[in-house]
Design a protein around this ligand. Structure first.
Ligand code: DGJ
Length: 745
């Protein structure tokens, strides 16, 4: 095993902890005062007797004497888990109010333990262990008798450090947690940029890069879900880093509720990255004898730029975060009823769509919204998870059986966490919603949020979903969630615990989801929240894929997939060919471009009605076949961003064995006399030959050397309307695309 935790001491410290594998190291030490001082996260450093960079003891800052230590100002010290109260005025990892009513705590090293593998965080999603070692360091505050446990895991094969924290109240009085971060990474002063993924509904996950500012930059959510405004992920990198080169420090939070990631450049220019539950509108009472576990934060280091970082995330998420059962499994190609029929769905339409699904060569039919209660539009029935007898007289289970009898898989949509006021469930249990006394609960899409912190709500939802899944004919579930929380409170919690509601909701949701996916491990679950409103590693731990955005129109989807790919591998992304003009932005995009953008997501299908399909039947058959034949490559291959500019995007996907290479070229707006473009391919074998199989290209059957494709680059199609038609290397008009396929020979 190469993942290794080494403990030693040097001349200036009580103990030095060195966590490393063959490529990366994470180092920190216990100072003579008992504080955990961070030393290094980055490329490998072999454990040594002395290290060349240490916290300085100089006359800097305003508080200079920490007890007996002169010139020890924690604002000037890189720390593992800074706590508010003494001399560090930066954003802390931990802020507590103790029984004396103050917030001063001094946590010092007490003990540590090294264990093989990785401990679970009970009740919360976390990465799996295996070929890993973990270090648990315990810190104690003498006055309150509180303990903090910090857990670090290093892996043989993954350049990831998994971190979590836990507070244990060993005292005899209640304390109140107002801020508990899962990780803190203090980086030395240098010029850094940060990159995060921002957006809104139907424009999620757009990348945004900027210099790390002086002060504090925060991405966060406070609406009960991780949200579509910011994804719980950030990369801090050397300013000179680009896609292929430079040091990048990535952080992703394994949590689906309110989060905050802070990047703070303090008074001495060092940069602190803290990741955890959003402290805003959060408070947690911890009574004597209780403990609180903060969710997991993952940290990645790459010295091969943003693409290098993404490769580490992709492998790790595939192998350690998303459910093992579907790892490496090609996803079925599908037809989804949503943009084909919306709520106007019934048994005869489902069976007609099933026939189309079959005749196109697709593998699964998904019945989206509209199959339950009296759901004819979005005003009623969420909560009443009983098949609509008018639409499905023999029940949904019987339709599932009929669809399966045609040799297809069958999928079904749920939105379990919600209730419409116009529903039997709400009439029976008006107190089962997230809400506060004396205020009207705002509605979103005519619906309210069920209070999943309540056990009886979890039980109800489990029994409703279980009653359908137990028929054994459901192969796939799309788990939707279409609004965020407002007027946040729980009728089940006392006055002084109301601010615990959002985290208790998440614990309840995870408990429910865990129970369902554990009982039905063979069912493929897709996470959806109006698209990407809760697209995070917490949900991915239970559900193998996600509907990354409602923006099904491919040009609108390009920045979303490109942004998502910084963290997420194609195997967790779902996509479908939408109708034209797009129901979302009115764009008219060719079937070719719709299909070729979707190609780079593993769960691929279409959402078209009978008439739409008839218009393009043969072309759709062609793409269904392409999707089926390449499903394995997209799930198991390696995805690279080759170019991302305002008007052009190039993506590459290498099959797992490297024998097939797909290159997607997407050109957005046409113009006259555009420059000729080349794309330099990545990660080929320099001395191998690659044959171009693209039937649409004049260059078909040509082969090129890997060295030439990587170092000279491949000419991209020239987009223009006025050149002679016979030139096969042309694409015409707006929204052009070309999928090149190479085989290594
Ligand atoms: C929102 C989802 O993102 C859509 O794909 C669709 O499932 C609708 N909900 C159904 O109401």
């Amino acid at each position: 095993m190469t993942a290794h935790i080494h403990v030693s001491s040097d001349s200036s410290s009580v103990a030095v902890f060195s966590l490393s594998n063959d490529r990366i190291s994470y180092l920190f030490q216990v100072s003579p005062e008992g504080f955990l001082e961070h030393l290094h996260f980055g490329a490998k450093v072999i454990p040594a007797a002395n290290y060349p960079s240490q916290a300085k003891r100089l006359h800097r800052g305003c508080v200079l004497e920490f007890q007996d230590s002169t010139y020890y100002n924690l604002s000037d010290v890189a720390q593992e888990y800074p706590v508010f109260g003494t001399s560090d005025n930066r954003n802390p990892a931990l802020h507590l109010i103790n029984a004396d009513g103050n917030s001063t705590h001094v946590f010092r090293y007490a003990s540590h333990e090294i264990v093989d593998d990785k401990p679970l965080i009970e009740g919360l999603p976390s990465a799996r262990g295996g070929n890993s070692q973990s270090l648990i360091v315990t810190l104690l505050d003498e006055v309150t008798k509180l303990a903090v446990e910090l857990c670090y895991t290093v892996y043989d094969q993954h350049d990831v450090v998994a971190r979590s924290s836990r507070v244990i109240n060993n005292g005899d009085a209640r304390v109140t947690i107002t801020q508990i971060m899962s990780s803190c990474l203090d980086l030395p002063a240098a010029d850094y940029d940060l990159m995060h993924l921002k957006g809104t509904w139907a424009r999620e996950l757009n990348q945004d890069r900027m210099p790390v500012p002086k002060g504090r930059f925060v991405i966060e959510s406070a609406t009960g879900s991780s949200g579509n405004v910011h994804n719980p992920f950030i990369a801090v990198m050397d300013r000179s880093a680009n896609e292929q080169q430079g040091r990048v420090f990535g952080t992703a939070f394994v949590y689906s509720g309110n989060f905050a990631i802070n990047v703070e450049q303090g008074e001495f220019d060092s940069v602190r990255v803290t990741t955890g539950i959003n402290p805003f509108n959060f408070q947690w009472h911890l009574d004597a004898g209780e403990s609180f576990a903060a969710p997991e934060s993952l940290q990645v280091f790459s010295d091969a730029g943003l693409n290098g970082m993404s490769q580490i995330w992709h492998r790790f998420i595939k192998q350690k975060v998303s459910p093992e059962r579907f790892n490496g499994q090609p996803r079925p190609s599908y037809l989804n009823s949503w943009e084909a029929a919306y709520f106007d769905i019934d048994e005869s339409k489902v069976l007609a769509l099933a026939d189309i699904t079959k005749s196109l060569g697709l593998q699964m039919l998904v019945v989206d919204d509209g199959w339950f209660g009296g759901r004819n539009d979005d005003t009623t029935s969420l909560g009443d998870w009983y098949p609509d007898k008018a639409k499905f007289p023999e029940g949904i289970e019987s339709v599932a059986a009929k669809v399966k009898a045609k040799g297809l898989k069958f999928g079904l949509w749920y939105e379990p966490e919600m209730v419409n006021p116009q529903s039997q469930l709400y009439r029976d249990h008006p107190d089962w919603i997230i809400g506060v006394p004396d205020r009207v609960s705002s509605k979103g899409r005519n619906q309210l949020v069920l209070d999943l912190s309540r056990q009886e709500v979890q039980e109800y939802l489990f029994s409703r979903i279980d009653s359908v899944l137990s028929c054994g004919n459901i192969d796939y579930v799309k788990w939707d969630m279409n609004r965020t929380m407002s007027e946040i409170g729980s009728a089940n919690l006392p006055r002084d615990r109301q601010l615990e509601t959002p985290h208790r909701y998440m614990l309840g949701l995870y408990r429910l989801v865990d129970r369902i996916v554990s009982k039905y491990p063979e069912v493929l679950f897709e996470n959806c929240a109006s698209g990407g409103n809760r697209f995070d590693l917490g949900m991915l731990h239970y559900m193998s894929q996600g509907w990354v955005s409602d923006m099904s129109e491919p040009i609108g989807r390009l920045p979303i997939i490109n942004g998502a790919s910084h963290l997420f591998p194609p195997c967790v992304l779902a996509s479908y060919i939408c109708p034209v003009p797009s129901h979302l932005n009115g764009r008219q995009v060719s079937l070719k471009t719709r299909a070729e953008v979707g190609f780079f997501c593993a769960a691929r299908g279409l959402s078209l009605n009978v008439e739409d399909v008839e218009k393009d039947f043969e072309a759709l058959q062609y793409y269904a076949k392409l999707y089926n034949e390449t499903a394995d490559d997209v799930v198991n291959g390696k995805f690279y961003r080759v170019q991302y500019q305002d008007n052009e995007v190039v993506w590459q996907l290498n099959s797992a064995d490297g024998n097939t290479v797909y290159l997607g070229y997407f050109h957005i707006l046409s113009a006259a006399n555009l420059p000729f473009r080349r794309a330099r391919l990545l990660m080929l074998e320099a001395d191998a030959q690659y044959q171009l199989l693209d039937k649409q290209s004049a260059a078909s059957e040509l082969s090129f050397g890997g060295d030439a494709l990587m170092n000279m680059g491949l000419d991209m199609p020239y987009v223009c309307a006025m050149q002679p038609d016979q030139a096969d290397y042309l694409e015409k008009g707006d929204f052009a695309s070309r999928l090149f396929v190479f085989k290594k020979i």
